[in-house]
Write a protein that binds this ligand. Structure first.
Ligand SMILES: [Mg+2]
Length: 236
């Protein structure tokens, strides 16, 4: 189970600019075959966005931080929560008017404000997000600070619940999950791993509960390519 941004793919200045290397598509196709379909993306991006990035690949996925889950490659998607309220989205999107370089990413189930291009505005964005969240209703929204990004999502679902939903269905049910992730939103998935006797690997900095840290996405891709070449049958 693989987080996408910052784990499989190098982070780009704007989320729409990330690049999927052609070898990665080949590697994932091969791995999905080796694992009988038990290879999944676990991302904050909605599944439609993941499919667009990795086209023509349509692997299993937990998208929108677990808001929607597709347990089989190319199969039906189950939606567990509605999209974030459009009025709230518009209010949070207006925070981008604080200055040039703040990019709004509508992720259907959440909204992200990226300030990678305007790092000096990070504090102001956070203040505005906290103010608006408090006005929206105490405890209703969760604020997720990431790498030059602040994300707002309703409580009640996360990558941990997404991982559990994947594990409840074939081809994942009964397997030991391996999850790789790099950011705060991945902590919930790492926390769910012991329930399934799973293993977690972090990227770009050690995260509690993980047993290995990759230096960066390039190193994750290299490891996966190595796994995909395994034809000993040990992985199946
Ligand atoms: Mg990530």
């Amino acid at each position: 189970m693989l987080d996408v941004d910052g784990t499989l793919l190098d982070i780009a200045p704007r989320p729409q600019d990330v690049v999927v290397p052609e070898e990665l598509r080949d590697t994932l196709t091969h791995l999905a075959r080796l694992f009988h379909g038990a290879v999944a993306f676990v991302s904050g991006r909605p599944i439609a966005d993941i499919d667009r990035l990795f086209a023509p690949l349509r692997l299993a996925a937990a998208g929108g931080h677990g808001a929607e889950v597709r347990s089989t490659a190319g199969g039906a998607t189950r939606q567990y929560v509605p999209a974030l309220d459009p009025v709230l989205k518009r209010q949070f999107a207006r925070i981008a008017m604080l200055g040039n370089g703040i990019i709004v990413e509508d992720k259907d189930y959440s909204l992200a404000l990226h300030y990678r291009l305007a790092p000096e505005l990070g504090g102001a964005v956070m203040n505005a997000v906290v103010d608006l969240s408090e006005r929206a209703g105490a405890g209703m929204l969760e604020i997720l600070p990431g790498k030059s990004v602040i994300e707002i999502k309703p409580r009640g679902f996360d990558k941990g619940s997404g991982l559990r939903h994947l594990m409840a269905h074939p081809p994942f049910a009964g397997r030991k999950p391996v999850f790789v992730g790099d950011d705060i939103t991945d902590h919930a998935a790492f926390k769910a791993l012991p329930e399934f006797d799973g293993v977690g690997f972090s990227v770009g900095g050690h995260i509690p509960g993980t047993s290995f840290n990759f230096d960066g996405p390039k190193h994750v891709r290299r490891w996966l390519a190595h796994l995909a070449r395994d034809d000993s049958g040990a992985l199946r």
